[in-house]
Design a protein around this ligand. Structure first.
Ligand code: PHE
Ligand code: ZN
Length: 903
């Protein structure tokens, strides 16, 4: 960095804002060359501030071109203010005054997609976290809440739709132009401001709230996408109803709008009354969208809607509190999805995400607590830790309190802090005050980073008829935190007798509290789960009246975000897989067994031996598949669960489990295990495939999603052997599929196949697919992604060729990610090629993107930051390329922070 290194911001330096802005009136005049923003603010000194200041310092951006600054209608002289890059200082301002500023901006040149920018032909905004300052001078911090009135003025023909937050209160026309004024009755921080101008279609609906108010619902898209919003509308209505029932939260405006935009940095944004969505999180149609895509739409629509209370009505005091809204809202959207679909399958997917994305973060150079205490660029903290681990932390509170008490806590929280900008401390305090439960030690989850490790040992005493679990917990050091104190966590467990039934449990002493209702564990019939309160580094739990040696089912439902070590035998894991009354733990036993077997094969490969896949793993898969055949018409059989049990743990997760991850051996071992399953179970796999191949009309019901997922898992296995005879079957599915789930599973299997027979078929399929879908951006994203993630040799060349394709652009984050994330995050063997070419390529891409879109540049760079996990040669190469990025001129704060912290 030329002008010195960017400054870190620290939580401990927080001070209340010296000034407040009671009202904000915006006048945005949109033109093709410049957009003029006139802002009128009612400013007054904050009575709670003790700062002895008379200057007002406003946030802005270098791109703001000043046209005028007035205080109480008097234009300021050049010695009455100072402008330094992105700050505007007004000297010696009155106690209370009207400030009017006028700036020119060029949204059409805004490739960072923060503030006001153009997505295709439409104008839209993204203000979280600090985008509002790219639009106008402001106190751009979440504890400055203001009442907004916004007038948008634009060309009538090009931008017939003009939207902002709140209610549409006035409109008018002037020749070729028109204007609309919106007023939001709720005070809000600037990050929740939104504005849209475009030629948009909309679908309308109504929702009647629990108190009988009719709310108008509108989803806006460009014309070619308006046929893909029905599912989002349904999800929205379900979410609104669910939040009333589960949390007693009612919607508060008369209108709720969603706008779909093609260029968007993240998933979606909860702006008050005007959510803006990445098309990938709102559009769905059977022939263009996979079942996973449908699930994503449902969960993101829910997530953004739920923010109306957890985020908007009660917002964050500062950005260190981000998990206050995000962790809680992720928990809420997970609970919503679980109610709408299969709770166990939802939990499995959530935990797989946590292990695959958050655990590595906690083990890497950017590790931070869910409430970080320092940052350089807040954009870098929209992480799996703040979101997904944050959700686990709130989920643990729910498990410790029980669902009814938890609800009392959330009611108190919303009630007490409505209209305020608060901290995670206030959230925890509300939980305590509503329930009299002491969460003092629990608060460490907010301040300590790292994934705790539980080591559990068991002892059965047949004479005493007792069973003892000895639990130790520890947490590895993370940057800036070498010593950790023990966490308070709920350890949900059950004990299985030899017939596989849950034993009723009694603890010897009562120092560990038994929680009768276990919120997050999702107990099934016949479960006797208890929740042990873990608080110390070392603890013993003695169960009495245990007449035979049990098999323990530990951490049921993944009751805490920890790594669990228990020395299970493979036979015990198989036993749990078929008998555990907790569905999540049945799956987890299958994962543990697969991990164990793959790790053994990794060693064999490293020692140059021929891989021997433990037949017990094959047997376990076989019995699952046999069930799927025998009971295939049985409606109580959860086919989605069977499919989940057959999927081997991802390479990224496996890599996490080794101190030094031997990428090649891990890949080879996982492939060897897949091949063993595929060849030894070919018959039953084909039977399962055929029984579940069906051409009834598309339907996203849970049972149909489950059927398709089982079928497509079988298809993927059938296509594994190099000499597979299933290519024609796969081609047939590709050609006759009636939904994108089946089309995409088939083309993926073809593309990933090493069979010489598939060679021609895959080229043909790729061409057909492209031709058929070239006008559907989200489908073409899949076309890019499935090629870039293909683990066969030569991926980097394919990726480079894809980037030369006429449909590739770095300006659209979805398109960029469809290639770069697919390669660097999902294609381990190729990205980590020993010669370092994958690293060089990613570094080049980050450097190019740094000046276009810093937020996305910093996000895609994370695979390089994990260099400590690899062998010395790779470490050296990865660090060289990180250094090369760091030496780049004009490095953004976003990229600088990630690279400098990782070196
Ligand atoms: N607040 C958004 C969400 O979680 C995420 C987001 C952050 C979107 C920053 C855009 C920019 O739902
Ligand atoms: Zn969110």
């Amino acid at each position: 960095m030329k002008e010195g290194q960017p400054q870190a911001i620290e939580l401990k330096n927080y001070q209340v804002p010296p000034y407040l802005i009671d009202s904000t009136e915006l006048h945005v005049e949109i033109n093709e060359d410049v957009t003029r923003v006139t802002t009128t603010l009612q400013v007054r000194k904050n009575p709670d501030s003790t700062a002895m200041v008379t200057d007002l310092v406003l946030n802005g951006a270098v791109e703001l071109v000043n046209k005028s600054i007035t205080i109480n209608d008097r234009e300021l002289l050049s010695n009455e203010f100072g402008r330094d890059q992105d700050l505007l200082t007004l000297y010696a301002v009155p106690e209370s005054f009207t400030l009017r500023t006028q700036v020119d901006i060029k949204p059409q040149d805004n490739t960072a997609l923060e503030g006001l920018y153009k997505s295709g032909d439409m104008f839209c905004t993204q203000c979280e976290a600090e985008g509002f300052r790219n639009i106008t001078w402001f106190l751009d911090r979440p504890d400055v809440m203001s009442k907004y009135r916004t007038t948008i003025n634009a060309d009538k023909r090009r931008y017939p739709i003009l939207l902002s937050n709140g209610n549409d209160i006035a409109r008018g026309e002037e020749g070729e132009r028109h204007w609309v004024t919106w007023e939001d009755p709720f005070m809000k921080p600037a990050y929740l401001f939104a504005l849209v101008a475009g030629d948009l279609q909309h679908v309308d609906d109504t929702f009647v709230t629990m108190s009988g108010r009719a709310v108008k619902l509108q989803i806006f898209t460009e014309a070619h996408n308006i046929d893909k919003v029905d599912y989002a509308m349904l999800a929205l209505k379900n979410a609104m109803r669910w939040d009333e029932q589960a949390y007693g939260r009612e919607y508060d405006l008369d209108i709720f709008m969603i706008v779909a935009v093609e260029s968007f940095n993240m998933g979606a944004m909860e702006n008050k009354g005007l959510n803006i969505f990445n098309t990938s999180c709102v559009l769905a149609r059977p022939d263009t969208t996979t079942d996973q895509g449908y699930q994503r739409v449902e969960s993101v629509v829910g997530h953004e809607y739920f923010h109306n209370w957890s985020g908007n009505r009660v917002t964050c005091r500062d950005w260190f509190q981000l998990s206050l809204k995000e962790g809680f809202t992720v928990l809420r959207d997970q609970q919503f999805s679980a109610t709408m679909g299969s709770p166990t399958v939802c939990r499995i997917n959530d935990v797989a995400t946590l292990r695959g994305a958050q655990f590595p973060e906690d083990a890497g150079p950017m590790a931070h607590p869910i409430r970080p205490d320092t940052y350089i660029e807040i954009n870098n903290f929209y992480t799996a830790t703040v979101y997904e681990k944050g959700a686990e932390v709130v989920g643990m509170i729910q498990t410790l309190l029980g669902p009814d008490q938890f609800r009392r806590g959330t009611d108190l929280y919303f009630d007490r802090h409505d209209g305020q900008a608060v901290t995670t401390e206030e959230f925890v305090k509300a939980m305590e005050d509503a329930t009299q439960v002491d969460l003092t030690q629990f608060r460490r989850w907010y301040s300590q980073a790292g994934t705790p490790v539980l080591k559990i040992q068991s002892h059965f005493d047949s004479a005493e008829q007792t069973y003892t679990l000895s639990v130790t917990q520890s947490c590895p050091p993370t940057p800036g935190q070498t010593q950790k104190l023990p966490f308070h966590l709920p350890l949900a467990i059950g004990l299985l007798d030899q017939a596989g039934a849950d034993m009723p449990l009694t603890l010897m002493d009562n120092e560990a509290v038994q929680t009768p209702q276990v919120a997050n564990v999702q107990d099934e019939a016949g479960s006797h789960t208890v929740v042990l309160n873990l608080t110390e580094a070392r603890q013993h739990f003695v169960f009495t009246n245990i007449s035979e040696k049990p098999v323990p089912s530990l951490l049921r439902g993944f009751s805490a975000p920890v790594k669990l070590n228990y020395d299970y035998s493979r036979d015990e894991l198989m036993f749990l897989m078929s008998h555990d009354s907790n569905g999540f733990n049945r799956w987890d036993a299958a994962q543990r067994l697969a991990v164990d077997v793959i790790q053994e094969v990794v060693e064999q490969i490293q020692q140059g031996r021929t891989p021997q896949v433990d037949p017990r793993l094959i047997k376990a898969c076989e019995s699952n598949l046999d069930q799927a055949v025998a009971r295939h018409t049985d409606l109580t059989l959860d086919k989605a669960m069977i499919a989940e049990m057959l999927v081997l743990p991802a390479e990224t997760y496996l890599a996490e489990l080794f101190t030094v991850a031997d990428v090649d051996a891990i890949h080879a071992a996982r492939e060897a295990v897949r091949l063993a399953i595929a060849t030894q179970l070919a018959g039953v796999l084909l039977a399962v495939y055929k029984l579940n191949q069906d051409d009834r009309p598309f339907d996203v019901s849970a049972s149909e999603v489950a059927r398709r997922s089982l079928k497509n898992v079988a298809l993927a296995y059938l296509m594994v052997p190099e000499n597979t005879e299933m290519v024609p079957l796969c081609v047939a599915q590709f050609e006759s599929a009636n939904c994108m789930t089946d089309t995409s599973a088939a083309i993926r299997a073809l593309v990933n196949s090493a069979s010489p027979l598939a060679l021609q078929a895959k080229e043909k399929a790729l061409t057909t697919f492209y031709g058929r879908w070239q006008d559907e951006a989200l489908v073409i994203d899949q076309w890019f992604s499935l090629q870039a993630s293909c683990p066969l040799p030569g991926a980097l060349d394919r990726v480079k060729a894809l980037m030369q394709h006429s449909a590739f652009t770095m300006l659209n984050p979805n398109r960029l990610r469809s290639v770069i994330v697919a390669f660097a995050f999902q294609n381990n063997v190729n990205f980590h090629a020993k010669n370092g070419e994958g690293y060089g390529f990613l570094a080049d891409t980050v450097i190019a993107l740094n000046s276009i879109n810093p937020l996305v540049a910093a996000r895609i760079l994370s695979p390089l930051t994990r260099w400590r996990k690899y062998d010395e040669q790779r470490q050296t190469l990865m660090r060289q390329h990180l250094q090369r990025i760091l030496d780049t001129e004009n490095l953004s704060k976003d990229v600088f922070e990630v690279v400098s912290k990782s070196l």
